[in-house]
Design a protein around this ligand. Structure first.
Ligand code: SF4
Length: 231
């Protein structure tokens, strides 16, 4: 089957079936990138029942909300997660001493140093990259497919799997409630897309969920745009 046909076949599968089929047909090493947002917890709930020790990659930028760190630690303990905190080469203090506060002056560089570089280095070890991305989240994600083949700068190719690509915000919260999943308390304060504290605000009513990120100056940190789609 051609890669393109394979990609289209996955579009009609429920999330559970997509995960089952990916795991059955691919023997490579899986991982899951997790920012502990609501979508991530659904994919993680499905994955942990199938691959209990799946590596859960958290981008430990040093700039997250205290609530995010507390929730990460609570869920890692409650679900027995194989949590891997990915840190940048420099500490926050060293980076700020050398470059100043990049999230104010050059957020693209800050994201490159604290997110893109650590993640892409870690992904070298894996073959299947699960995510909680959804098309509805942002205009930059409107063409997202459930399965995509991605090539890193090193030439490494991974199968990137986003089982919730077609899900709505309503479906996310229905699954969360139906399955009694504890969620990041910041949602109750009005946040819709939650990343590093200096770069996350509550979006205006009716606006894209990610419009509260980076003061509206950009929509992506680079981890989902810097690899090359090759199918
Ligand atoms: S989201 Fe903000 S603080 Fe976090 S790495 Fe990017 S620019 Fe830096």
């Amino acid at each position: 089957m051609s890669q393109q046909l394979l990609v289209e076949e996955f579009e009609t599968l429920p999330a559970e079936s997509a995960i089952d089929r990916v795991l059955a047909e691919n023997k490579g090493a899986p991982c899951f990138t997790c920012s502990f947002q609501a979508e991530d917890m659904i994919v993680l709930d499905l994955l942990r029942k199938r691959v209990p020790d799946i590596p859960v990659l958290f981008l430990e930028t040093g700039y997250h909300f205290a609530e995010t760190y507390a929730y990460r630690d609570r869920m890692a303990k409650a679900w027995g997660l194989n949590l891997k905190n990915l840190a940048a080469k420099q500490s926050v203090a060293d980076q700020e001493a050398q470059f100043g506060i990049l999230n104010r002056t050059d957020p693209a560089k800050c994201c490159q140093l604290r997110k893109v570089e650590p993640l892409f280095a870690a992904l070298q070890e894996y073959d299947l990259w699960f995510t909680g991305l959804r098309r509805e989240q942002s205009p930059t994600r409107k063409n997202l497919k459930v399965v995509e083949h991605h090539e890193l700068a090193t030439g490494k190719v991974l199968l990137k799997v986003s089982p919730l690509a077609a899900w709505t915000w309503g479906q996310v919260w229905k699954y969360t409630a139906d399955n009694k999943i504890d969620y990041l308390p910041l949602y109750d304060a009005g946040y819709r897309s939650i990343g590093c504290e200096p770069c996350t605000a509550i979006p205006q009513a009716g606006a894209d969920p990610r419009s509260g990120r980076w003061g509206g100056a950009k929509l992506e940190c680079g981890i989902h745009t810097d690899s090359k789609r090759v199918d």
